[in-house]
Design a protein around this ligand. Structure first.
Ligand code: SF4
Ligand code: SF4
Length: 238
């Protein structure tokens, strides 16, 4: 598949996902449910965002010079947090406490790359007010935590979270499909932290080097994964 084929595949997945999500949102409302997501509501953007590499390639090609600089400026902190972490949980906690939100959040708490944001960002539909999207559950009193959990409708949310389950499941299936196509073309699946993947593409032109079958590039990626296990996942296809 050529570069334009990749672009179209990712863009079609995003369009289909948005259409399905809108329908699901309306269906949920008709059944008496509430979704609290709205513009300029950025608590979810303080969470670590992971995505598929094909999506990162498309977003990387759409970045403005300022966004490009913001990505590069975030890389040293990510590297430092990953190197200092002893496991994924400590990485996520330190990221949440020190990274200060996605670099694409603008001064009005809006996503400055909204049209090209990855599926994992599109997939969060909150059945609770935004304050719950920023809560650090480890700091809650056990009774408060229990009250929150009991209030969730386990039939519709991805329990124990308060996000609708269906969009999360659909996003995971679409990401897998994008990863599989990429692996069929290039012999490797790559996913990981959104900003780290953007940095890889901007600094190291991975998609271009894979496309021209540069010798040693997959081994290099596997080494990168060993060095940055909480930022990058690489699987070589058989
Ligand atoms: S997921 Fe939460 S923080 Fe994000 S837009 Fe929805 S309500 Fe707001
Ligand atoms: S890419 Fe946009 S929607 Fe996703 S975390 Fe960043 S600011 Fe939020």
């Amino acid at each position: 598949m050529d570069a334009n084929g990749w672009r179209q595949q990712v863009i079609s997945a995003w369009q289909q996902f948005d259409e399905d999500t809108l329908n699901l949102w309306q269906e949920h409302k008709q059944k008496g449910g509430s979704i609290y997501c709205r513009k300029a509501c950025g608590n979810c953007c303080t969470l670590t965002v992971n995505c598929s590499y094909p999506e990162a390639v498309i977003l990387a090609s759409a970045l403005t010079p300022r966004q490009h600089d913001l990505v590069l400026a975030r890389l040293p902190l990510l590297e430092q947090l990953c190197s200092a972490a002893t496991d994924l949980k400590t990485f996520l906690v330190s990221h949440r406490n020190q990274a200060g939100g996605c670099p694409f959040l603008d001064s009005e708490e809006c996503c400055s790359c909204y049209a090209d944001r990855p599926l994992s960002c599109r997939a969060l539909l909150s059945t609770r007010p935004e304050a719950w999207c920023g809560v650090d559950f480890s700091t809650l009193h056990p009774l408060e935590k229990q009250a929150f959990l009991s209030s969730l409708d386990a039939e519709v949310v991805a329990y124990p979270s308060h996000y609708l389950a269906r969009p999360l499941e659909q996003a995971a299936a679409m990401e897998k499909s994008l990863d599989d196509e990429f692996a069929m073309q290039y012999g490797v699946k790559i996913s990981g932290n959104l900003i780290w993947l953007l940095g890889l593409e901007l600094n190291s032109q991975i998609s271009e080097r894979l496309a021209r079958q540069e010798e040693g590039i997959i081994d290099w990626l596997l080494q990168q994964q060993e060095q940055y296990p909480y930022l990058l996942q690489v699987t070589e296809s058989p």
